[in-house]
Design a protein. Structure first.
Length: 367
């Protein structure tokens, strides 16, 4: 477990959990899920010693559950938020770049990199507990980011440090949402490849398993975003029910929390809207694919029907002169065969011309 002390004048990582709360600022206790499971009892005792109150047993189970959807719950002494992150499960070096040619393999790799592991937050008045998946980039990013703000040479870095555990929680949630926004261009480009292959009339599309995987991935992302939106909306509703601050500084910080919460919610709505557009685009491509197949089948059947209609009279003529009678017109005439052939050619050319004028042959699309 990593312990950080955040206050208006600085940010520092501590060697261990202090015996008492610092005089100013708040503590950020960050741990992996396995580490939190091993130190849960000691952490509960520490919270009791701080006078914060212990975590509810059901909430401890929620923080340890790696399959839990995004949700929010509150008590009279802390708020609990479980937020499933939308990020790349592979390092950025393993992802196909913007200049990489799109193939079925790069599309499959892009879909499999979407990681939706949950991150848990327990926000007390002066303590923030975060439970992360193993090797979580969010923890490392904020540990480095807050230290950078403090050491910035412009003299204004400390003013941008989180003012409260809730403020830091919202910044981390916003960062997780923005991670997906950074991936959306790549995801859109790779899914566009599948749509191009699906609508390519010169090639036969056989990668239906990949198409089903992409649709299932989009459905999963949509469900995840809806859970995120509901959880954050519940947090905003709970924030409005907090007791009013007496001083002007507290009121300003409360209003900043509301603004940041609405901003994070708007980012989630953007992600949800983008996922739904991708879903709609994929569904439209499938419908266009089957419509194109149906149109191509109709063209083939029309051509075969016209050919049958052309040769049917010819079969009738040959069948007529092929009857076993002694007295038939032109049977014993030396020019009869040429007259029959000429009649057959005239009938064939006349029917072909008729069908051509009616656009039953050739390209049926208008010029």
């Amino acid at each position: 477990m990593r312990v950080f002390h955040v206050q208006g004048s600085g940010f520092a990582e501590l060697s261990g959990i202090p015996a008492a709360l610092p005089d100013a600022g708040f503590l950020w206790l960050a741990s992996s899920r396995d580490g939190f499971s091993a130190q849960a009892a000691d952490l509960q005792a520490t919270l009791q010693r701080y006078g914060c109150g212990a975590l509810v047993d059901e909430h401890v189970s929620d923080l340890l559950n790696d399959q839990l959807p995004s949700h929010f719950d509150t008590t009279s002494w802390y708020d609990l938020l479980v937020f499933r992150r939308l990020a790349a499960g592979l390092p950025s070096a393993s992802l196909p770049g913007d200049n990489t040619d799109s193939t079925a393999e790069t599309a499959r790799l892009t879909l499999t990199t979407i990681d939706t592991s949950p991150v848990g937050f327990a926000a007390f008045d002066r303590v923030l507990i975060t439970v992360h998946p193993a090797d979580c980039g969010v923890l490392e990013f904020f540990a480095e980011r807050l230290a950078t703000l403090v050491t910035a040479g412009d003299g204004r870095g400390t003013a941008r440090l989180p003012a409260s555990p809730a403020d830091l929680m919202l910044r981390m949630v916003n960062h997780m949402v923005d991670n997906y926004l950074a991936l959306r261009r790549l995801l859109t480009r790779q899914l566009g490849l599948l749509q191009q292959q699906l609508l390519d009339a010169r090639k036969r599309f056989d990668d239906w398993a990949m198409l089903l995987e992409s649709r299932n991935a989009l459905h999963t992302l949509e469900d995840t975003c809806e859970d995120q939106s509901s959880a954050l909306q519940e947090w905003i509703d709970a924030l409005d029910e907090w007791p009013a601050e007496a001083d002007a500084q507290g009121q300003r910080e409360r209003e900043l929390l509301r603004v940041r919460s609405r901003d994070v919610l708007e980012h989630i709505e953007r992600v949800l809207s983008h996922v739904r557009r991708l879903e709609q685009s994929a569904e439209t491509a499938v419908q266009l694919h089957f419509s194109a197949l149906g149109h191509r089948t109709n063209d083939i059947m029309r051509t075969l029907t016209v050919l049958t209609a052309v040769f049917l009279p010819l079969n009738l003529i040959t069948g007529f002169f092929g009857m076993n009678f002694d007295h038939l017109p032109l049977i014993h005439n030396g020019t009869g065969v040429w007259i029959a052939i000429g009649a057959m050619l005239m009938v064939a050319l006349g029917l072909a011309g008729f069908f051509w004028r009616r656009r039953y042959l050739g390209n049926s699309r208008p010029d």
